[in-house]
Ligand binder design. Structure first.
Ligand SMILES: [Zn+2]
Length: 291
């Protein structure tokens, strides 16, 4: 009897609102399977590096899932935010089987969602409308394009994800011309740069293009990272860089992604952003085995 009472008191203490408020936030980072040569699309190494950089963030617990969709979906239980850094298109793990419905259930609970690089690419008729709702937009084949280029990010909006991020310029396969929600409603552009005419003229990585509608926008800016706050309370982010692994060594490129990962869990982002250090040695760790 006494044991039972002790157990009950312990249970009540766990459930008190104060205890709930102090609970750590849970972030799940999912890496896709290897697909490219060394140094590119290093999703497994990438999420491990990001997890290492997030260790300094108080009250945040990070779980990593390597090599694709988890075999046991219980890993999603209790997560406040999810990153998908993986190959996409028709093979996007999130659009297979009944996973869009599964993810939709999580989104309704207000779970944060971020997709990076090829992970923002889903078929228009299988995931497109969901991604517009969940993260504000997606890469639509034939509408969006994927040149290798070096946008200059000169200024940032007053948004927590941009905390402490200084202007930077870096070459990556920055997808652009995303298919956003109609009238881009509710979408806050975070990384905006203007491609040169040469970039718009192609070639893009694949398909090579050029597309007339991309060329017709010469002189206009493009959005390569953005954020939404959904009506269900969840937060969403899309980030189109992340092709080249060594780019994680750039402090501002890394910081804006780390900030976003903290932000999607519902946490406040530190005033100066998430501080971290990455060495050349760190960048050489956990790379996918050569094919
Ligand atoms: Zn790529």
């Amino acid at each position: 009897m006494r044991l039972l009472i002790v157990a009950l008191i312990a249970a009540m203490a766990t459930l008190s609102p104060q205890a709930m408020a102090e609970e750590n936030k849970q972030l799940l980072l999912i890496a896709g399977t290897p697909s490219h040569g060394p140094g590119d699309h290093e999703f497994n190494a990438g999420v491990q590096l990001l997890a290492q950089c997030l260790k300094s963030v108080p009250n945040l617990e990070v779980t990593i899932q390597l090599n694709g969709w988890p075999k046991d979906e219980a890993i999603f239980d209790g997560k406040d935010g999810i990153l998908m850094y993986m190959d996409g298109g028709a093979n996007h793990p999130a659009v297979q089987e009944d996973r869009l419905a599964f993810l939709g259930g999580l989104m309704k609970k207000g779970v944060g969602f971020m997709c990076a690089h090829y992970g923002v690419d889903v078929p228009a008729d299988n995931g497109g409308s969901e991604f517009k709702q969940w993260i504000g937009g997606y890469y639509e084949a034939g509408y969006s394009c994927n040149p290798m280029w070096s946008p200059e990010y000169k200024e940032f909006p007053d948004h927590p994800v941009a905390n402490g991020v200084k202007p930077f310029q870096i070459k990556d396969e920055w997808y652009m011309h995303m298919r956003f929600r109609d009238d881009i409603s509710g979408v806050t552009p975070l990384l905006v740069g203007t491609p040169s005419d040469d970039v718009r003229d192609g070639p893009y990585v694949h398909p090579k293009g050029p597309y007339e509608h991309i060329q017709a926008d010469k002189g206009k800016p493009e959005t390569m990272m953005w954020a939404v706050e959904r009506e269900d309370g969840g937060r969403g982010v899309g980030f189109t860089g992340g092709h080249i692994h060594k780019n994680w060594g750039h402090d501002d490129f890394r910081k804006i992604v780390l900030n976003a990962l903290v932000w999607i869990t519902g946490m406040d982002v530190p005033e100066n952003g998430v501080e971290s250090t990455v060495t050349a040695e760190d960048l050489a760790k956990n790379l996918d085995p050569k094919n």
